[in-house]
Design a protein around this ligand. Structure first.
Ligand SMILES: [Zn+2]
Length: 180
């Protein structure tokens, strides 16, 4: 159920364009504190320009979610109003106290991983959603962003322009707006 999108990137170094696949949502079901980093890798959403080799992690919000355990955490490298909108939708659907609506928003990548680890170790309290069945939840979440795993329908392909300006953080441009 992880959501992968194709994004057209303008390289901040050589200004040439290329397309890369990045995660918008990473589904952690079946993981634990010892192995979740085999799914959420340090190479996750790191893109490399085929023209000049410039490599960097795309600063676009990413949600790590484990429905079985009952928690979600946002990596939010720059303020993203799209998450505000998503959180409001989740609150309406699953309740204001649901882990989707209350998912922590973490700016730093290492802290993002630490937060996930603390949910798996129990230091932070996970809270599975019980009053909705998981099938409904997964349907709703999969509507929020197209999934490649659904097959090759054209609707599942999202092509976005990411300008150099938004990449280097000069704007607060919330790309998740474009995805919903
Ligand atoms: Zn380049």
């Amino acid at each position: 159920m992880s959501k992968i999108v194709n994004i057209q990137i303008e390289c901040p170094q050589c200004e040439k364009q290329y397309v890369a696949k990045i995660f918008r949502t990473l589904w952690g079901d079946g993981c634990n504190a010892d192995n979740f980093e085999t799914r959420l890798k340090d190479s996750t959403n790191v893109v490399t320009c085929p023209h000049c080799g410039h490599s960097f992690r795309l600063p676009l919000s990413l949600m790590y979610v484990d429905v079985q355990k009952g928690f979600a955490v946002w990596w939010e490298p720059q303020p993203d109003a799209g998450i505000d909108a998503d959180s409001q939708s989740y609150a309406a659907m699953f309740g204001a106290d649901s882990y989707y609506a209350k998912a922590p928003r973490v700016k730093d990548w290492d802290e993002f991983k630490q937060t996930i680890r603390r949910y798996y170790t129990g230091e932070l309290k996970a809270k599975p959603i019980t009053k909705y069945d998981l099938g409904t939840l997964k349907q709703v979440v999969s509507k929020a962003a197209p999934s490649q795993e659904k097959g090759g329908c054209q609707g599942a392909f999202v092509l976005l322009m990411v300008t150099a300006a938004s990449l280097i953080g000069l704007t607060c441009f919330g790309l998740s707006y474009l995805l919903t």
